[in-house]
Write a protein that binds this ligand. Structure first.
Ligand code: ATP
Length: 285
């Protein structure tokens, strides 16, 4: 095999609870990760030597600042392969809470492992990934999973009832660090609709869509909404256009609205696109 093309799926958080602050300054989380069909695409081909990265689509850093480069470098230095050329077709909006960079890194680990027959298991690749980012292990495994710790301690869950989603990203990105600092400074800013993780887990196990939707929520939403009121405006627009629920992704600022089906998702997206060009119709995987 000389080259390989793989998808790098984004994620949303069906529920996200922020727990205590850790001695290392990060926060423990409890979150239900969910892969979505919106994806970047990576093509990896054998090269005599070195790491070569090209990107197309949404602009992202090139060279060592890109998580794709870091993931390839890690496998090259630890397991040895001559060289690789990677083309990243970027579609997932960066700095949106959709784990775009983490997903690209995970896809790089999977593709390089296959291309050069390195023989690492998905579990080993997830452990390689955690050194580069806490969301990467989930992106290696994909599907639906409960994440604890910084999100890297994973328990795989059954598939959720299929959900059609309208994803809306405002023109700005947010810094995850700023959001957690505001969280620490303002513990009173709880969300209006807090996540109900226990109920969500029970709903996933019983395949109960209605119960799952009622349990969705994100602790960080109130914080990001105060820092960036446009996130509230997006939530309200999604609900006004008919979404059953609208919840922020990760630390934001992207918001996902849940539609009754594909047709309604496309109708809602067409309305939102007038104001927010970065609006996508997607679904859970
Ligand atoms: P998470 O949900 O994991 O916190 P995110 O969706 O908020 O991630 P990313 O899309 O991963 O954020 O981007 C965060 C920053 O990472 C970007 O601003 C960018 O500078 C850097 N970055 C490095 N590599 C990539 C990549 N391949 N794709 C996107 N961003 C990347």
């Amino acid at each position: 095999m000389d080259f390989l093309t793989v998808p790098a799926y984004g994620k949303i958080n069906l529920t996200l609870r922020v727990l205590e602050r850790r001695p290392d300054g990060y926060h423990n989380l409890s979150t239900i990760f969910q892969s979505i069909a919106l994806a970047d695409r990576l093509t990896c081909s054998r090269h005599q030597e070195g790491l070569h990265l090209e990107t197309t689509g949404v602009p992202v850093p090139v060279g060592p600042a890109n998580l794709v480069y870091q993931a390839a470098y890690r496998l090259q230095t630890r397991y040895g392969f001559p060289g690789v050329k990677i083309t990243l077709q970027k579609q997932i909006p960066p700095a949106a809470g959709l784990a775009g960079g983490s997903s690209d890194a995970a896809a790089t680990l999977l593709a390089v492992n296959t291309l050069f027959n390195l023989g690492l298991t998905p579990g080993q690749l997830a452990r390689e990934g955690v050194a580069l980012g806490a969301d990467i292990p989930f992106c290696v495994l994909g599907g639906t999973a409960l994440g604890r710790g910084r999100g890297e301690e994973l328990t795989l869950l059954p598939r959720v009832p299929p959900l059609w989603l309208v994803l809306v990203k405002p023109s700005f990105g947010v810094s995850t660090v700023d959001v957690y600092q505001a969280w620490d400074a303002n513990r009173g800013w709880g969300p209006l609709e807090p996540p109900d993780e226990e109920r969500a887990l029970a709903a996933i196990r019983s395949g109960d869509r209605k119960k799952l939707l009622a349990a969705l929520g994100n602790d960080l939403e109130a914080v990001t909404c105060r820092l960036y009121p446009e996130v509230t405006a997006i939530k309200l627009r999604l609900l006004a256009e008919g979404a059953e629920r609208a919840v922020m992704c990760g630390s934001g600022p992207a918001v996902f609205g849940v539609a009754a089906g594909e047709e309604q998702a496309r109708r809602i997206a067409a309305r939102l696109q007038e104001t927010y060009p970065e609006t996508f119709v997607t679904r859970t995987l």
